[in-house]
Design a protein around this ligand. Structure first.
Ligand code: ZN
Ligand code: ZN
Length: 135
């Protein structure tokens, strides 16, 4: 699989604090200008799913109806889990879920996608690339 490396010093590389064990998970976060929406995390791992056709649906507004329509078509993750509207990334130390999605309808238009070190960006064709944070 393709690997995309981000240097630790980059502006969009930061830490996501695990509320359960306080571990600082290093990862890449897409900017507000990235239009990386909608994106969905896996129920079991930190992989993220995103596809352009969903963006067309919610570009003007996000509604519970659109959320239900998109969620019904979200695929399984390559890890065996499933992409869902409410999952968050998982802590690399204790594997607890790190809650990022408070309101799944609002989240449809959230451009700040978090790819933790080792997570894959996926679409309907499977995992497209894996993120690695390097020094
Ligand atoms: Zn943790
Ligand atoms: Zn997964």
């Amino acid at each position: 699989m393709k690997i995309v490396e981000y240097e630790r010093s980059l502006q969009w590389v930061g830490h996501l604090l695990c509320p359960t064990c306080q571990h600082q998970n290093v990862g890449w976060r897409s900017s507000g200008m990235s239009e990386a929406f909608p994106h969905f995390y896996c129920s079991h791992c930190s992989n993220v799913f995103r596809r352009q056709s969903d963006q067309h649906l919610v570009y003007d507004e996000a509604t519970p109806t659109l959320l239900a329509q998109i969620v019904a078509t979200l695929p399984a993750c390559p890890c065996g889990g499933h992409f869902t509207a409410t999952a968050g990334p998982k802590c690399g130390s204790c594997h607890a879920e790190i809650p990022l999605v408070n309101d799944p309808v609002k989240h449809l238009r959230n451009p700040n996608m978090v790819l933790l070190d080792g997570a894959c960006s996926c679409n309907d064709d499977g995992a497209q690339y894996q993120v690695r944070i390097v020094d």
